[in-house]
Write a protein that binds this ligand. Structure first.
Ligand code: PLP
Length: 377
């Protein structure tokens, strides 16, 4: 079987975990956490990076930091993972779903202004497959209306838009280190803070609503409950694993580039003749080779191709179901926008096996499997 994903071990994970154990610092914010955070801050150029237990939790922190309250509206693409929207719904906000562009599958910035109301408290962008959203237009509107922008950058670590790293555009951004991502630690994430006014409160929210971070820095002589918060700190054991991965980021990225380029080059002609579509990367974006998807001509064709590949022991899978059509989306949504592009794409998209150690032999089997599939237009 060629699986869809295989977690990659860069090499030094176990050694660093042993070091973390020898340090006798197993909870969060030990030396490995500090190393990961410093590396992310320096490499990306963000003011502050805080490791969290997941991207989901980092998103929940953004909703707490923006003081999202019942009745607030948050604009969110219909084509994303439930965590993007849950974070705000947990605080009582009403999600306003925006449709996606047919080319990048990112939020369609031309539809943004029409959805802004006096109740809009945040615009959340998702860089799908690590391809940057049209941040110039989004930030222009956000600034004009005084609305904060949050980047859910679960897919896009080391991707760029206009030569600037994704995750550095919004006042806050989030990362995922789930085992399906490029850089992993099993379950983990990070909150990236670009506007320094959020740093102190983010440290408090992340530490169960206490000023424990200030206490450890010697700024207060005891720590206490000062705000709302939760337990969002990543264990240093997982940070040790993550540091080994972050140190190997160049190897990881170049392996993934090879896999992505192979698919793109091998399937380009087939796509032109079959009417299927390959990922699109605008010229102003460099993507981090996170995934490779195909968009087929119809939902039936997509399902038939998944089954066809499954019969050849190749595991290709679909992706997000549009949130406004989900059970929860329909329950909480009133007068929800139609999102026809999200609906049409989600029914026709499949992702091919994609992992660092996918060999050329395996990849050629996947490509042959796709090409053997007969398309009936
Ligand atoms: C866009 C997006 N945001 C958030 C998440 C949640 O990430 P995590 O599993 O780290 O909580 C995912 C998961 O894949 C995702 O695709």
């Amino acid at each position: 079987m060629i699986p869809f994903n295989k977690p990659y071990i860069a090499g030094k994970e176990l050694e660093y975990i042993q070091q973390a154990m020898a340090n006798l610092h197993l909870s969060g914010d030990g030396s490995f956490s500090r190393n990961c955070q410093a590396l992310l801050e320096q490499e990306l150029g963000v003011t502050r990076a805080l490791l969290t237990t997941s991207c989901t939790d980092a998103l929940e922190m953004t909703a707490l930091l923006l003081d999202i309250k019942p009745g607030d509206e948050v604009i969110i693409p219909a084509f994303t993972f439930p965590s993007t929207v849950n974070a705000f719904v947990l605080r009582g906000a009403r999600p306003v779903f925006i449709d996606i562009r047919p080319d990048t599958l990112n939020l369609n910035e031309t539809q943004l202004e029409a959805l802004i109301t006096p109740r809009t408290k945040a615009i959340v962008v998702v860089h799908y497959a690590g391809v940057g959203c049209e941040m110039a237009a989004i930030l222009r509107l956000a600034q004009q209306y005084g609305i904060p922008v949050i980047e859910d950058n679960a897919h896009g670590l080391f991707g760029t838009y206009q030569q600037k790293y994704l995750g550095t555009f919004g006042c806050l951004a989030t990362l995922s280190f789930h085992e399906t991502k490029n850089v992993i630690c099993g379950e983990g994430g990070a909150l990236l803070i670009n506007d320094p006014k959020y740093i102190e409160r983010a440290e408090i929210i992340r530490e169960k609503g206490t000023d424990r971070s200030r206490f450890f820095r010697g700024q207060v002589d005891k720590y206490t409950w000062v705000d709302v918060g939760s337990s969002f700190v990543l264990s240093d054991i997982l940070a040790a694993f993550l540091y080994a991965q972050l140190e190997s980021r160049q190897v990881i990225q170049s392996r993934r580039q090879r896999v992505w380029d192979y698919y793109y080059e091998s399937l380009n002609d087939w796509a032109s003749s079959s009417g299927a579509r390959l990922p699109f990367v605008p010229e102003n974006c460099e993507h981090p080779y996170h995934m490779f998807y195909l968009i087929m001509n119809s939902p039936e064709e997509r399902t038939a191709l998944i089954n066809h590949l499954q019969a050849r022991h190749i595991n290709a899978i679909f992706h997000y179901q549009p949130l406004h059509l989900s059970q929860m989306g329909q329950r909480i949504g009133d007068q929800q926008n139609d999102c026809p592009v999200a609906e049409a794409v989600s029914d026709r998209l499949l992702r091919l096996p994609f992992y660092n150690e996918l060999t050329e032999t395996e990849q050629s089997q996947v490509v042959a499997g796709v090409k053997e599939f007969e398309i009936r237009n």
